[in-house]
Design a protein around this ligand. Structure first.
Ligand SMILES: [Zn+2]
Length: 532
């Protein structure tokens, strides 16, 4: 791919908003230099616990030190985190559909594969039941399991949620922990996760390509979220009709309903699923990186504003076009680079920050938000001292920045503060335009939210139906979690610089406002803030 014209000398247009003039603090180039380092082939895609990730972390620590950020981990800048990895041994594993005594082998490449984010039992055979979206949401009186017997069965559910459930709430109930709680309460022994064609970021052949890549979990019993689960299977929607044969329903009809987030039928299926699984287990060590920049107000000295980003990516995988290194330039070299650039900038242009800033580069995000889960559960500063989290993950400065998409916009007054900042920079703000994609729970802010911390994640946005939206969709199909998310792709340095300006202004707003950010009274997530 050719590098775009955005590497030409950068010009920042001064925007006038009321009487406030927004001066440039960033040029995009210093940010891009960090991205180039982090996404270099030498770093081998920064897989959790790999030597490439260690090199990325050493670089980050050097940069933070040079910016005058102080260590705030457990071991200097580092907070060690222990993981266990699980890898399926496919030649000693199998899936078989059994219907009327007839056995139908399931192809791992074409049909479905055994996921290892639930450690599979060596052998399980159970009848299947279709449970719609597989959700039980008491606060909305919504229960997919009502009137359906799934005891001892494997529940087949379609990713997604009905339109009557607000997107943040729907996202929360689709996390692994909430999902298994509901399945377990209903008596299911396993689950088949049917991908929703309306919300798949990555096409099936690319998903199946890396299906045998190891998965990881935190190696601490307190974080076990899937007790009692014997099996999790990921199913290709293109081969889903074979699950529904003889049930009186077709997957085509169900997918058409789900596309519009309509209610789904629930019913018993005619087949049983037999799974045999062999898994290899390994111990892995990695670390989060934590640094702090001092605030000036002695009365607020004990309070921190967190700026977080994940530094890990998916590492080396199956080759695509001859390239095996999944560089992760945008995901999330971009966010890690922003944290480093922000630290340097705040050092160069010392603003009077009243509260302290806590810069957190987490590991294990790609394995299921694990580094942030560990950090939020075991913060290296007092939990109560964390007033907010602004998380930056793959903000995609690949189109001009005109609109910001704000995940969590309506949940806390961080949304209002983001609106204020956006207005001062002549930018529009929109809530999550694609709630089906579950972005709200797909990055590290979610673990701060679960611990009561008002949080927000902001992306370069595109309005629904716009040309930019198509650029984003194409980017996900082709480059998201692919080797081509590298530094040969075109980026818009002006958009990156302006985005950094937004994050900087938001951090300063949170650091200097008298009051701590607060959840909205109607926010579902306010319940986790009982300690505040
Ligand atoms: Zn990712």
């Amino acid at each position: 791919m050719k590098t775009s014209t955005c590497l030409l000398p950068f010009l920042f247009a001064l925007t006038i908003s009321g009487t406030a003039q927004t001066a440039p603090h960033f040029n995009g180039q210093s940010w891009w230099n960090h991205v180039k380092f982090l996404a270099d082939d030498k770093l081998e895609g920064r897989d959790t616990g790999s030597r490439g990730e260690r090199a990325a972390e050493e670089y980050a620590v050097e940069q933070l030190k040079a910016s005058g950020a102080e260590p705030a981990g457990e071991n200097g800048y580092y907070q060690p985190v222990k993981f266990v990895s699980h890898q399926i041994v496919e030649k000693e594993s199998s899936l078989t559909l059994i219907r009327d005594g007839k056995r139908e082998p399931v192809s791992f490449a074409e049909d479905a594969f055994i996921a290892t984010n639930v450690v599979p039992a060596p052998e399980v055979t159970a009848p299947l039941a279709f449970v719609g979206y597989g959700l039980n949401i008491p606060e909305k009186g919504y229960n997919d399991f009502e009137g359906l017997d799934v005891r001892g069965k494997i529940a087949v559910y379609l990713a997604g949620s009905p339109a009557e459930i607000p997107s943040a709430l729907a996202s929360h109930y689709q996390t692994r922990a909430s999902r298994w709680k509901a399945l377990r309460a209903a008596g299911a022994v396993g689950a088949v996760y049917l991908l929703n064609p309306a919300s798949m970021d990555i096409p099936w052949p690319r998903i199946a390509l890396n299906r045998a890549h190891p998965t990881m979990d935190l190696d601490y019993p307190e974080f076990n979220e899937t007790e009692g689960a014997k099996l999790a299977v990921v199913w290709n929607p293109g081969e889903a009709e074979k699950l529904f044969a003889g049930s009186g329903h077709s997957f085509a009809d169900i997918a058409a309903l789900a596309k519009d987030r309509k209610p789904l039928p629930r019913f018993a299926l005619t087949a049983s699923l037999e799974a045999k699984a062999k898994v290899e287990t390994k111990q892995i060590e990695s670390a989060n990186i934590v640094a702090k920049l001092p605030g000036s107000d002695p009365a607020l000295k004990g309070e921190y504003v967190v700026l977080s980003a994940h530094i890990d990516h998916v590492g080396i995988g199956e080759p695509i076009n001859g390239d095996r290194i999944y560089n992760g330039a945008m995901d999330n070299g971009s966010g890690s680079a922003l944290v480093l650039d922000m630290a340097a900038n705040l050092k160069q242009h010392p603003e009077k920050l009243r509260r302290w800033l806590l810069l957190v580069l987490v590991t294990g995000e790609e394995k299921g938000l694990l580094g942030s889960k560990y950090f939020a559960g075991h913060p290296t500063v007092s939990a109560k001292s964390i007033v907010a989290d602004a998380n930056v993950d793959m903000f995609l400065p690949i189109v001009p920045l005109k609109t910001l998409t704000v995940f969590g916009l309506e949940e806390s007054d961080l949304g209002d503060r983001t609106r204020e900042v956006a207005q001062s920079l002549n930018l529009k703000v929109q809530p999550d335009p694609q709630p089906l994609r579950n972005v709200f729970i797909r990055s590290d802010q979610y673990n701060f939210i679960r611990h009561g911390v008002p949080s927000v994640m902001i992306d370069v946005g595109a309005e629904p139906g716009s040309a930019e939206e198509k650029i984003f969709t194409d980017w996900r199909t082709q480059h998201y979690h692919a080797p081509s998310d590298d530094t040969k792709q075109p980026v818009n340095l002006e958009a990156a610089a302006k985005y950094e300006e937004v994050i900087r202004a938001l951090l300063i707003n949170i650091a200097n406002n008298d009051g701590r950010p607060a959840w909205k009274p109607q926010s579902f997530f306010r319940r986790y803030a009982s300690g505040n």
